[in-house]
Design a protein around this ligand. Structure first.
Ligand code: AMP
Length: 115
């Protein structure tokens, strides 16, 4: 990947602050700066992958790890009544940061369909 670091890569590299709530060898989780629910966490891989569309077969284990991390965090955060996981992809998918991220939203009743 070339060009300027994304804001999430800067968070990984501790160049800008974030409310980091979880970290392991493969991923990082932090509170979204513009929360859309009482709990709004972003789970990102440390590896620079621009979006879900850039995942390939060799990322299978990592992709599973990200999902399992969301599920683990949801439990830790007390979201036993449910939560929503969103991965916006590309322009029409509403993706604004070109580093793969899973939104974990919870703590209120969420409506469907989304906009
Ligand atoms: P998306 O629209 O799916 O690309 O989501 C990007 C998310 O990143 C948005 O919900 C933003 O509020 C969030 N965000 C952007 N910059 C930061 C930051 N510095 N710290 C935490 N969250 C951020």
């Amino acid at each position: 990947m070339s060009g300027e670091k994304t804001i999430f890569k800067k968070i990984i590299d501790r160049e800008i602050p974030a409310e980091i709530i979880y970290e392991d060898e493969f991923c990082l989780a932090f509170n979204d700066v513009n929360p859309q629910a009482p709990i709004h966490v972003l789970v990102i891989p440390k590896q620079e992958i621009a979006s879900m569309a850039q995942l390939n077969h060799s990322d299978q284990e990592l992709a599973g790890h990200l999902m399992l991390t969301v599920a683990k965090l949801a439990k830790t955060l007390g979201l036993e009544n449910g939560y929503r996981t969103i991965v916006n992809t590309g322009t029409e998918g509403g993706q604004t940061v070109d580093h793969l991220h899973l939104h974990l939203l919870g703590g209120r009743s969420l409506q469907w369909p989304p906009g």
